[in-house]
Design a protein around this ligand. Structure first.
Ligand code: FAD
Length: 450
C-alpha cells in the first residue's frame, strides 16, 4: 500500500481550511495546512470580523444623535480613523494567534507559503514537496473588478480597512451585500457616499419588498444611491478621482470601491494540470460530498460553493471531516440558511423570497409589517423597521422570513432554527412574544396582506 506524508493536506487557512484541519487532527489524522498569508482567511482578516467591527464603529454616530432624546448630552464628538484602524489591527492579530494556537494544539503541521497541486496526491510549497492521501482545496475567493477604463485607480474591499487618509467622499460601485455594507459603514463614519448600481435594485437575490425598503432606509441615512447607473471610466484629477457614469454624470471621490463580485481563487495552483475540473467561473466542481473530479482532491468554501458565507464553509468542512475521518458520509442541507447584511439598519433573512416561494409552492400567504421601533419614539430617529413572513398555504409552513431593522441578524438566527424544524404559522401564532421587543412582531402578525 502506498504511504503518504499526511492523511490530509489542506490548502488555505481560512474558515473552511482551519476547521477541517483542526477537526481532522483532533480525530487522529496526520494533517498539514499551507497558508500563504495570515491564518483566518477572508473572514478574519478582510471580511466578516473587521467589517462588523467597523459597522459597530459607524453605529456610534447614530447612537450619539439619538442619545439626546433620552436625556444624554454627549457634547462634541470626534472620530479618530487612525485609532479605529489600530485597534482593529490589534484584534485581528490576536485572532490570527488564536487560530495558530488552536491548530498547533490539535497537532496540525503549519506550512507557510503558496501551495500547488502536483498530481492527485502531491502538493508543492516553495522548495518542499509533500504527499497526502487526501488534499482539501479551501483557497476561498477574491474580488472581481470588471474591465473599466481607469479601474486601477479604484480599490477592492480588502483595501477598505486600512485606507489612508479617511475618504471624505466615497463612491461604491455595486449593489451586493458587500457594497451595501461598506456604503452604510462609511456613511456612518462620516464620508459622503455615492453608491452606483447598474440595476434598479440592491441585493439581487433578496426579497423585493425588503430590498426596496432597505434602499429607502439607506437613502434616509444619507447614502446617495444611483440606480440604473453604470460606471464607464475612472480618471485621476488633482482633487481626487472622478467616476464617469454611463449617462454622462460625474461623481468626484477620494476613493472608489469596486464591490463588483468575487471569483473563486484557483489560478496558479496546478489544479487543472492535476485533472481537477473547474466551472466557468473558475470554481472547483464538487459532488455532494465535496469531491472534485479527482477523487483524492476535495474542495469546500468560497472556492466551490454558491453560498459564500463563513458558516457554510465551516459546515462543509465538517461534512468532509466526517466523511473522511469519522461518522461517515452525510450531506449538507442548504435550505433555510439564514443570512444578515450589516447595513444600517441591518438586514436579516431566512428561506424563500416571495417570488421564489410563489414559484416553488404556488399559493402563499404574505404577512408584512412596517413600524417605528419603541426605541425611536424618544430618540426621534426616523428609522423604520420592516418585517415579512411568507407562508405556504397548503402546509401552513413559514417558508420565508425577512427583516430590515435593529439587530436583524441576531433576531433571524433564532427564527432560522424554528424554520428548519418546519415551524408553521400556527406555531408562530401560538408562541408568546417577548414584550416590548421588535422581534415579537414576528409572532403577532395576524392579518395577511390582501
Ligand atoms: P477564505 O476564508 O477566503 O480562506 C482562503 C485562504 O486560502 C486565505 O487565507 C488565502 O490566503 C489562502 N490561500 C489561497 N490560495 C492559497 C494557496 N495556493 N496556498 C496557500 N494558501 C492559499 N461571510 C459571512 O458569513 N458573514 C459576513 O458578515 C461576511 N462578510 C464578508 C465581508 C467581506 C468584505 C467579504 C469579502 C466576505 C465576507 N463574508 C462573510 C464571506 C466569508 O468571508 C467567506 O465566505 C469565507 O471566508 C470563506 O471561507 P473559505 O475558507 O472558503 O476561504
Amino acid at each position: 500500500m502506498r504511504t503518504f506524508d499526511f492523511d490530509l493536506f489542506v490548502i488555505g487557512g481560512g474558515s473552511g481550511g482551519v476547521r477541517a484541519a483542526r477537526m481532522a487532527a483532533q480525530r487522529g489524522a496526520r494533517v498539514a495546512l499551507a497558508e500563504c498569508a495570515e491564518l483566518g482567511g477572508t473572514c478574519v482578516n478582510v471580511g466578516c470580523i473587521p467589517k462588523k467591527l467597523y459597522s459597530y464603529a459607524a453605529g456610534y454616530a447614530e447612537a450619539f444623535e439619538e442619545a439626546e432624546g433620552y436625556g444624554w448630552h454627549v457634547g462634541e464628538t470626534r472620530f479618530d480613523w487612525a485609532q479605529l484602524k489600530a485597534n482593529r489591527a490589534r484584534e485581528i492579530t490576536r485572532l490570527n494567534g488564536v487560530y495558530r494556537s488552536l491548530l498547533e494544539a490539535a497537532g496540525v503541521q503549519l506550512i507557510q507559503g503558496w501551495a500547488q497541486l502536483t498530481d492527485a496526491h502531491g502538493v508543492q510549497v516553495g522548495e518542499k514537496h509533500f504527499t497526502a492521501q487526501h488534499v482539501l482545496v479551501a483557497t476561498g475567493g477574491m474580488p472581481f473588478v470588471p474591465d473599466i477604463q481607469g479601474r486601477e485607480h479604484g480599490v477592492v474591499s480588502d483595501a477598505m480597512f486600512d485606507l489612508d487618509p479617511f475618504p471624505k467622499r466615497l463612491v461604491v460601485v455595486g449593489g451586493g451585500y458587500i457594497a451595501c455594507e461598506f456604503a452604510s459603514i462609511f456613511n456612518g463614519l462620516g464620508a459622503q457616499v455615492t453608491q452606483v448600481q447598474r440595476s434598479a435594485h440592491l441585493l439581487n437575490e433578496f426579497d423585493e419588498d425588503l430590498r426596496q425598503f432597505l434602499a429607502k432606509e439607506m437613502t434616509r441615512t444619507g447614502v446617495d444611491i444611483r440606480f440604473n447607473a453604470e460606471i464607464s471610466m475612472v480618471t485621476r484629477l488633482e482633487s481626487g478621482l472622478c467616476a464617469l457614469l454611463s449617462r454622462g454624470q460625474r461623481v468626484e471621490a477620494d476613493t472608489i470601491l469596486f464591490a463588483t463580485g468575487r471569483v473563486p481563487n484557483t489560478a496558479g495552483m496546478g489544479l487543472e494540470a492535476a485533472g481537477v475540473a473547474l466551472d466557468e467561473r473558475g470554481g472547483v466542481i464538487v459532488d455532494a460530498h465535496y469531491r472534485s473530479s479527482v477523487p483524492s482532491v476535495l474542495a469546500v468554501g468560497d472556492v466551490s460553493t454558491r453560498q459564500q458565507l463563513t458558516p457554510v464553509a465551516l459546515a462543509e468542512a465538517m461534512v468532509v471531516v466526517d466523511t473522511l475521518f469519522g461518522k461517515g458520509k452525510r450531506q449538507l442541507d442548504y435550505d433555510y440558511t439564514p443570512t444578515a447584511v450589516f447595513t444600517h439598519p441591518n438586514v436579516g433573512t431566512c428561506g424563500y423570497t416571495e417570488a421564489a416561494a410563489r414559484m416553488k409552492f404556488g399559493k402563499v400567504t404574505i404577512f408584512s409589517s412596517e413600524f417605528r421601533a419603541l426605541r425611536h419614539t424618544l430618540s426621534e430617529s426616523k428609522e423604520r423597521t420592516f418585517m415579512k413572513l411568507i407562508v405556504d398555504k397548503a402546509s401552513d409552513r413559514v417558508v420565508g422570513l425577512h427583516m430590515v431593522g435593529p439587530d436583524a441578524g441576531e433576531i433571524v438566527q433564532g427564527f432560522a432554527v424554528a424554520m428548519r424544524c418546519g415551524a408553521t404559522k400556527a406555531d408562530f401564532d401560538s408562541t408568546i412574544g417577548i414584550h416590548p421587543t421588535v422581534a415579537e412582531e414576528f409572532v403577532t402578525m395576524r392579518e395577511p396582506m390582501p
